[in-house]
Every structure is written in structure tokens, then in C-alpha cells.
Design a protein around this ligand. Structure first.
Ligand code: GLP
Length: 242
């Protein structure tokens, strides 16, 4: 794992948007995996700024978001789809047919997950995967537990994850859905290049576990140690245990 410690979050976010722009210049039809949460907000803001300056053209880019809440239709303001519209999609020139999302309101979760995995396979997998990390070491909605799953699946959300997502629901954790649909570990680990961002002291233990700890299903991100092309970009607070 290639760990880089930035002086602050904004520097890392700016560098990450620059990396995305360079990757798209090199391969205009890039297939990119996108996270939600607080962590990528400045990255998306920088990507929008680059697009407005004419330095980032999304017209041939394909996106796959990592996860979605179960039971929420895409136009629910709390959904990850709505978050992506607000922070990125509505501001850039992505072709709507190249934006891919798990549909949390699909009647049959299993079929929806199979559909999503097939779509990702048809697109050739992820060229670049941007990731955040949960303070419990989760990636997307692959939560710590006895098992991890390779394929997309329905996941029960941990208390920790629901707490950290309360801001999407007016800070009311009781309104955060109990489950989600998520890409599995297979799609994440098969991405050709991974950039994981983590900021703030409450991510420090997860970052240390991911980089230095044993491979364990209790810290799903630790499996990134097996990947040959991972960059972990942290601020000094998140990197303090390294
Ligand atoms: C959420 C998302 C993840 C995200 C993580 C960290 O539950 N499913 O994709 O990386 O938690 O969120 P944040 O960036 O808000 O700390």
C-alpha cells in the first residue's frame, strides 16, 4: 500500500480530483467507482471546478456508485443517488446512460444485485475506484463481521454506519435505513487502481488496522493489503497511528 499523508483534507481532495482528471485524459472512457459520505465532498467540489474550467470532460466516462440504501427510491432526498445528483452529476457532463446505481427500491434485492454485477462486468470492471472508509473499517456497505461477500448483496448496516449517515436524514439516526445494497468485496478488489481517502482522527484506528493490521473480516479494508495498486491518502489526524 502506498500511503501518503497530506497536511490537510483540502490538499488531498485537490490532488485526488487532479488524479481523476489525469486518468480521464489518459483514458476518456474511464470506468470509475464512486463513494458517498462526507469524505469525498471536497473531491467532488474540485472535480466540478475542473469541469467548469474546461479541464475535465466526463462525456465518455462511466460511473458505478458503490452502494445505496435499501427501500429508498432514487429521488428520495436521503438516497445516495440524490446525494450524487446534488454534489456531482447535475454539475458535470456525464451521459445519463453511463451513470450506474443500485436501485434501493427494487422489488427483489437479489435480482437487483445480480443485474448490477452483470452491468459492471459488461463495462469491463472498474478502472479507478475512489473509496472512503468507515470508522469501523467498512468499505461501501461491506461491514465487519464473520464473513465478507464477493458479489453485490443486501447488507445490514452497523450502528456505527447509521450514526455516521444521520446527516442525510436531518441528524435523526432513527430515520437512517437499517439495510443497504452494496458492491461486494470482489468488485472492489478487482478495480485496477484504488485511491482510498480518510480524514480526521475518528478514522485513525481504521486506517491503522487497514494498513498495519492483520487481514481480518473484522476490518474489511484490511483486504486492500492484497491489492497491488492502492493509494491511501490521509490527513495527519487520520494517519497518526501509522
Ligand atoms: C458510508 C458509506 C461508505 C463511506 C463510509 C464513510 O457508510 N457507505 O461508502 O465510505 O460510510 O463515510 P464518511 O466519509 O461520511 O466518513
Amino acid at each position: 500500500m502506498n500511503v501518503r499523508v497530506f497536511a490537510n483534507e483540502l490538499e488531498a481532495a485537490t490532488a485526488c480530483a487532479g488524479l481523476v482528471a489525469a486518468a480521464i485524459r489518459e483514458k476518456p472512457s474511464l470506468v470509475i467507482g464512486l463513494p458517498t459520505g462526507r469524505t469525498p465532498l471536497n473531491v467532488y467540489r474540485e472535480m466540478v471546478a475542473l469541469h467548469r474550467r474546461g479541464e475535465l470532460d466526463f462525456s465518455r466516462v462511466t460511473t458505478f456508485n458503490l452502494d445505496e440504501f435499501l427501500g429508498l427510491p432514487p429521488d428520495d432526498p436521503g438516497s445516495f443517488r440524490a446525494y450524487m445528483e446534488r454534489h456531482l452529476f447535475q454539475h458535470v457532463n456525464l451521459a445519463p446512460e453511463r451513470i450506474h446505481f443500485l436501485d434501493g427500491s427494487a422489488e427483489r434485492a437479489e435480482r437487483e444485485c445480480a443485474r448490477y454485477d452483470a452491468q459492471l462486468a459488461m463495462a469491463g470492471g472498474l478502472d479507478l475506484l475512489l473509496l472512503g472508509i468507515g470508522s469501523n473499517g467498512h468499505m461501501a456497505f461491506n461491514e465487519p463481521g464473520e464473513n465478507l461477500q464477493s458479489a453485490s448483496h443486501r447488507a445490514r448496516l452497523s450502528r456505527d454506519s447509521r450514526q455516521s449517515l444521520a446527516s442525510l436524514f436531518g441528524e435523526d439516526v432513527s430515520r437512517v435505513p437499517l439495510a443497504g445494497l452494496t458492491l461486494g468485496m470482489g468488485a472492489l478488489l478487482q478495480a485496477r487502481r484504488v485511491v482510498l481517502l480518510a480524514f480526521g482522527v475518528n478514522k485513525a484506528a481504521a486506517v491503522t488496522g487497514m494498513v498495519r493490521g492483520p487481514l481480518t473480516t473484522l476490518c474489511p479494508a484490511s483486504f486492500l493489503q492484497l491489492h497491488g495498486n492502492v493509494e491511501v491518502w490521509v490527513d495527519t489526524a487520520a494517519g497518526r497511528g501509522l
